[in-house]
Design a protein around this ligand. Sequence first.
Ligand code: MIC
Ligand code: SF4
Length: 657
Amino acid sequence: MQKTLTYKILENHLVEGQLAPGEPIGIRIDQTLTQDATGTTAFLLFESMGIGRVKTDLSVSYVDHNMSQFGPENHNDHLYLQTIAARSGVYHSRPGNGICHQVHLERFGRPGATLLGSDSHTPTGGGLGMLAIGAGGLDVAAAMGGGTFYLTCPKVIGVELTGRLGDWVSSKDVILKLLEILSTKGNVGCVVEYFGPGVETLTVPQRATITNMGAELGVTTSLFPSDSMTRAFLQAQGRADAYQPLSADPEPDYDRLIKINLSQLEPMAACPSSPDNIQPISAIEGRPIAQVVIGSCTNSSFMDLMMAAEVLKGRTVEAGVEFAVAPGSRQVLQMLAENGMLAELIGAGARILESGCGPCIGQGFSPADGVVTLRTFNRNFAGRTGTQGDQCYLVSPETAVASAMMGEITDPRKLTELIGLGYPKIKLPREFLIDDSMIEVPPPPQEAGRVSVHRGPTIVVPESPRPLPNELNGQVLLKCGDKITTDHIMPAGSFLKYRSNVPLYSKYVFHCFNEDGKPTFAERALALKQKGVAGVVVGGESYGQGSSREHAALCPMYLGVRAVLAKSIERIHKANLINFAIVPIEFADPTDYDRINADEMLQIPDLLEAIKLLDEVRIVDTTGGFEFKGVLKLSPRDRTILLAGGLLNLAKKANKG
Ligand code: MIC
Ligand code: SF4
């Protein structure tokens, strides 16, 4: 049988189950990645599991999200992460060293390996031919302890690339095109695998832009082969030994085939406020803009920033435009500083931000009311910039820099005509600047035991869920529509600093749905919890899309939410719900969604019985006086976790037993 690359890597790591699409499987994880916004909780849970020292080939803890440091919370987290990493045998990438995905690609990624990361953009590693999957922190904590990672064996979507990108057209436009074709919905349980002659025209950083934003498709991961481009990148990073060639068999059986001719692509944008609201730049050009940011784990590589600096050399951005650049890593920033191109960016009026997530996760640089902001990021969910009603367009660095100069959305291909500038095509450097001094290597086990872990007072150990009742009596706390993202459920921005304090952070669950003068979601939920009534959330399609943040399950759990009833639920969020003993239920008949109203009482008479054995559950709307069916799409392991009252309780039992 002709195999896809995805299945070859899965086969090498298979621990449990059969490799057939839709089957539950368990795989061995070689590497893990955590970042500070999810990692603090992940390490607290890791400690609660009583694991001690990591058992992976490599685990790295990054600090890149929470770096604004207003108040002591962020720094408390940094010190905790630094000391717990040393104690647990984990590498620690200090704040300022760069965004986890960019640094991991540069310094640690290995073709053919598996990587599990507590961040939804972990698939960035797919640009290097590794099977890199995003998951909740608790799953990553379990994998750090050597635990198997469980997933649904994926279908594989083959994307055949032919041709070659034209001048001023970017790999960002490839993924925007794919988002136009596949949208953000309906791709759960798939892996996107790239192949074809166009692949060899793309460098690893270009491939990584594509696999990174592939997360927005809602797929398990995205994957490129490992070839001479991969070798060139690893060699330039001084890591030639990590290279191995990898590809699919010549004629693998893809579940779906999509063809993209790179030569025919044009610059595109994801318009407000969804990454799949795609338009060609030619359809939106001329719109005045007030802000441009080049950065994030999608587009802040050395080559992206060199291109921008070459365009801006000796020029300035338009006076009405605030322009910021956040280099993806310290390596990128240092190289630009050494070759003088940082001076060109500064000279052009760029505000140089730290190497970190920054504005991408609402840590500053929020746009003014009503203005257009252009960003090279991967997500433009409403309000994510920190401004309600924001107008955020996601574009390539080429479109961003052209627009910053012109003061309006500009097709970068017009720069040649407008200012007589040819496309500055940047080659992959032969050698990157290698300085790992901000990556701390963990001490050997005998010394690690002597490290004292710093626990600031703002760090609170999260509580474990209570067991589920056999008869669930609950009230609909909220009925929300389609495409509810984890940003809706658990906002980041200025609340991000409360990540390591669940009781405090929980106050902001569904913050965007709270109305002035009325009790908040959290207040209503806690009042119910005190009365012994469960909270239920009702959602539409693609509930929980976006990030891997397990706080979108952990905090509702703390508030007493025990079930989510939706038309469909996204992969990572569903796993997080199960890990925190919240039952994910899909409507058997989606029209039942219309019959339920907020505040109504729901009863699930035989919940535990159904979780044990069945694929359906009977739900009674006691207020509306009708009954309907819910679907339980659960693997045997999901059932075990729910019956144990969540993954932490299961792990604790296993460790005792
Ligand atoms: C994001 O891009 O939304 C984040 C912030 O990186 C999240 C993780 C988090 O919420 O901490 C993600 O993508 O998983
Ligand atoms: Fe950070 Fe943004 Fe990337 Fe998330 S998407 S890891 S917030 S840069």
